[in-house]
Design a binder for this molecule. Structure first.
Ligand code: FEO
Ligand code: CA
Ligand code: CA
Ligand code: CA
Length: 606
């Protein structure tokens, strides 16, 4: 740890003011370039993008829709500037991708080809990139590494629930092979160099959960928000092309989604694996670190109102070295371990937590917490549930042990500089009763928790925590920026994805849907020293978009931003677009790289 790193943030950029511009706006002295857009050809033989004549065949070889999590894997041994960019494609905006789509009936003139395009626009992309002389990165149409994973790609279930009766279907009587991953939101990097991806709102692709005969299965679907007939929002009609999305006919298919998926980006032929040991929730991310004794620890949020914070600790330690044996050992680490859920206890008198956001008399929303084990290997700690049942019905298991209901847990990540763990709670307008860890009722703009594991060991079962940020307009008295002077900070709403730079500054991407009347973006905030809490906006994304990533390259000279769903505005359609970013035509979700121009210090944030 370099001397002074704990004190000086090195963040000297001029903040980007709140705005509603239809562009990516970066600070003075910075520039951005689009790296890859929805529809860009990435596999050999892929045609150029043609919005008016999109086909499933083309889409299966092109970059998918709604880019979310961004990972960056340097390619060693190649020319220094080459890397793999791996990106989730969370969902499709049917109403923006196709003309004439009717959300009420889930139909459009191009059905069923439209539905096949959407299946191919989901999943994950692996794209080789190279550093440009000017700064930033550009895509390479690499035959060796580029890959598309879609809603039709075969994946293997691993861990204690693989093969369980609830995971078996007509097409897969063994309950071990699933086609595709869905709604992959955030993710994680593993210390052994693989990519993790969380399946989030997969309930929205299924119909007829109310027609499932087994009452236990029906109750489980209800707990996970599957619609009894149609989904609660965004009916897509997929069951007309892929019958498995009709639970009346295939009652177990919905239990085969909701996992953390591991992909080896360096092996394009590898089969992605859905790890049941990490539980089945609406997974946001799974950022993974090592415990003091070398075991893998993945922090996970279940992103829905009043859901829980989880962590997984592997049974075995990571093997060092690059031998084939070490690789195989590490690729199995997430197949066996202990799954915990978090219980937070405040240390202030409960009557002082009145939901207003006003600090209690001890000066902080803070307290202690414990990681409550749900299951360890084949052993369940939840009365009345087997290990496999806990891993398939993880929400029900966490309900039974009295875990703390949070304000939509998004990214949770360990800061490698100060060892503390930061958790984004994006918002929860339905909260009517505050507690110290979720101290505002009608929490429109969300907050960020700072967690100190006992002994700074990610495998610890006890921790201390405090609220680091209460987001919103700094003029709003219920906001809190770690005690920093609120006249100097930027307004921020709905923290979602997190990252750290090499000095340990926290970078936050937001997904507010315009809750403060301004576009979403990236923010940077020191967590140590005199500038702790001095939050500044680093970039903003175009109209209707959510900012995802952030991903800072190891050399600290580039930050990637996934611009998700530009133009997603009520009533917008191809005939009435709300955004024309990035190229003046229909809006296209895209990954951009942001870098400094000119001479001098090139570090992002300087
Ligand atoms: Fe897809 Fe929780 O954001
Ligand atoms: Ca997210
Ligand atoms: Ca307190
Ligand atoms: Ca989000």
């Amino acid at each position: 740890r370099p001397a002074g790193a704990r004190r000086r943030s090195g963040l000297t950029f001029e903040p980007v003011p709140p705005n509603s511009l239809d562009d990516v706006v970066v600070p003075d002295g910075y520039d951005y370039e689009v790296v890859v857009r929805w529809g860009d050809p990435i596999l050999p033989g892929a045609p150029e993008f043609d919005f008016e004549n999109q086909t499933a065949e083309a889409q299966s070889k092109q970059f998918g829709y709604n880019c979310d999590y961004v990972a960056f894997f340097p390619l060693r041994g190649r020319d220094g500037g080459r890397a793999l960019l791996v990106v989730n494609h969370e969902y499709t905006n049917t109403e923006l991708m196709f003309r004439g789509f009717d959300p009420a009936t889930g139909t459009s003139p191009e059905d069923p080809e439209r539905i096949r395009v959407e299946l191919m626009a989901h999943g994950i992309s692996v794209v080789e990139v190279r550093r440009r002389r000017r700064g930033g990165y550009e895509m390479v149409r690499s035959r060796r590494y580029n890959r598309r994973i879609t809603a039709m790609t075969p994946m293997r279930l691993t861990g204690p629930a693989a093969g369980h009766e609830w995971l078996r279907t007509e097409a897969d009587p063994e309950g071990r092979t699933v086609l595709g991953c869905l709604n992959n939101c955030a993710g994680g990097l593993t210390p052994w160099g693989t990519y993790l991806s969380g399946e989030e709102n997969y309930n929205q692709y299924f119909v007829n959960a109310g027609a499932v005969e087994d009452p236990e299965k029906r109750a489980s679907y209800e707990r996970y928000g599957f619609g009894a007939t149609l989904p609660d929002f965004g009916y897509r009609g997929w069951e007309r092309v892929e019958e498995r999305f009709d639970l009346a006919r295939h009652p177990n298919e919905g239990f085969r989604f909701g996992y953390v998926v591991e992909v080896d980006p360096f092996d394009p032929d590898s089969v992605p694996r859905k790890h049941t040991a990490l539980g089945r929730v609406k997974h946001e991310g799974a950022e993974t670190t090592l415990s003091r004794d070398g075991r893998a620890v993945s922090y996970m949020g279940d992103d829905e109102r009043f859901e829980y914070v989880y962590k997984f600790v592997s049974s075995r330690k990571m093997a060092r070295g690059s031998s084939r044996r070490a690789r195989e050992h590490n690729l199995a680490l997430l197949e066996e371990g202990t799954l915990y859920v978090a219980r937070f206890s405040g240390d202030s008198p409960p009557q002082e937590i009145d939901g207003s956001g006003e600090l209690p008399s001890d000066g902080a929303f803070d307290g202690t917490g414990e990681w409550v084990p749900l299951v360890s290997g084949e052993e369940s700690f939840v009365p009345g549930m087997s290990a496999a049942e806990v891993l398939i019905n993880t929400r029900l298991a966490a309900d039974r042990v009295g875990a703390t209901k949070m304000d939509r847990p998004e990214d949770i990540q360990r800061n490698p500089v100060n060892d503390r763990v930061y958790a984004a709670l994006t918002n929860n307008t339905r909260r009517t009763a505050a507690d110290e860890a979720n101290p505002r009722t009608n929490n429109k703009h969300g907050h960020v928790l700072e967690i100190s594991e006992e002994g700074d060991d990610p495998a610890a079962t006890r921790f201390r925590w405090r609220v680091f940020l209460l987001c919103g307009d700094p003029d709003d008295p219920s906001t809190y920026f770690a005690g920093y002077d609120k006249d100097q900070v930027s307004p921020i709403s709905s923290p979602d994805n997190l990252a750290f730079d090499e000095r340990g500054n926290l970078w936050i991407a937001t997904d507010s849907g315009g809750a403060l009347g301004q576009n979403d973006g990236f923010f940077a905030v020191p967590v140590e020293g005199p500038e702790r809490g001095y939050l500044r906006q680093f970039l903003t994304v175009p109209v209707g978009a959510e900012a995802c990533g952030p991903r800072i390259t190891p050399d600290q000279r580039t930050i990637f931003c996934a611009v998700q769903h530009p133009g997603e505005v009520d009533g917008a359609s191809p005939d009435n677009p709300a955004s024309r970013w990035p190229d003046g035509g229909q809006p296209r979700p895209s990954v951009v790289s942001v870098f400094k121009t000119g001479r001098g210090e090139r570090r992002i944030g300087s």
